[in-house]
Design a protein around this ligand. Structure first.
Ligand code: 13P
Length: 252
């Protein structure tokens, strides 16, 4: 089963529109023509339209960092799928641990968000991962099983393979302490097996990403693991050279 590598830069709460513009302009000459890797950047909502316009005609795809499950209504401060597709956004990160930890994101809401994104024509990246405490208590698999099963439960089986799942151990995010290649492979393999539990072929086809302190220095080793198809990159995606080096590592 050959799966196209997928490298996504999650810019989080960084970059004004002017700074986002500067970063995409620095990225385009480096990764704008890469066809053998799906290259994705996820700016803040306010920068999305500008970055989409700058990246138009290149191979770089632009994703949002979150989305509400409803299309419209009395949900102050939220953004919906039709608002994203109107400006030609390609996909959306859903269930990032920072949203779960700081903004009350729930598996219940994700159960609606993931199929809604697909229906609207957006590729969802469903993020899952255990905390340090859960890992220490031997609860990693139970936590991941719950997150993957809830997040994918309402996705029609024939569309499951379109979802991208990002395994991001919370203890590795922004800490400089990446999972080892062995840990990352073992857990991404477990995540794939969970998707295979829904549908064997979808599980074989689904892209599973690793995220958490991924840098040019550790990218090649982690990305060469059999069940790891790419990465969700935070800090290192804010620097064009570093992000381009990670994309290069994914080309093998
Ligand atoms: P870092 O690469 O900064 O650890 O962040 C990972 C992440 O959360 C990407 O979504």
């Amino acid at each position: 089963m050959s799966r196209k590598p997928f490298i996504a830069g999650n810019w989080k709460l960084n970059n004004t529109i002017a700074e986002a513009e500067e970063l995409i302009q620095a990225l385009l000459p480096r990764v704008g023509a890469v066809e053998d890797v799906d290259v994705v950047v996820a700016p803040s909502y306010l920068s999305l339209a500008a970055v989409v316009d700058s990246a138009r005609g290149s191979a770089v795809q632009v994703y949002a960092q979150n989305m509400h499950e409803k299309d419209s209504g009395a949900f102050t401060g939220e953004v919906s799928a039709p608002m994203l597709t109107e400006i030609d956004v390609h996909g959306v990160i859903l269930g990032h641990s920072e949203r779960r930890q700081f903004f009350g994101e729930t598996d219940r809401a994700l159960q609606l968000k993931v199929p809604r994104a697909l229906e609207a024509g957006l590729i969802p990246i469903l993020c899952v991962g255990e905390t340090e405490e859960e890992r220490e208590q031997g609860d990693t698999e139970r936590r991941l099983r719950h997150q993957v099963q809830e997040g994918l439960e309402k996705v029609p089986v024939e569309r499951l393979h379109e979802v991208v799942v990002a395994y991001e151990p919370v203890w590795a995010i922004g800490t400089g302490l990446s999972a080892t290649a062995e840990q990352a492979q073992e857990t991404c393999g477990f995540v794939r097996a969970l998707v295979q539990g829904f549908d064997k072929e979808a599980g074989n086809a689904v892209r599973v990403l690793y995220g958490g302190s991924l840098k040019p220095e550790n990218a090649a080793e982690i990305l060469s693991q059999p069940d790891i198809d790419g990465a969700l990159v935070g800090g290192a995606s804010l620097d064009a050279e570093s992000f381009a080096a990670i994309v290069e590592a994914a080309r093998g």
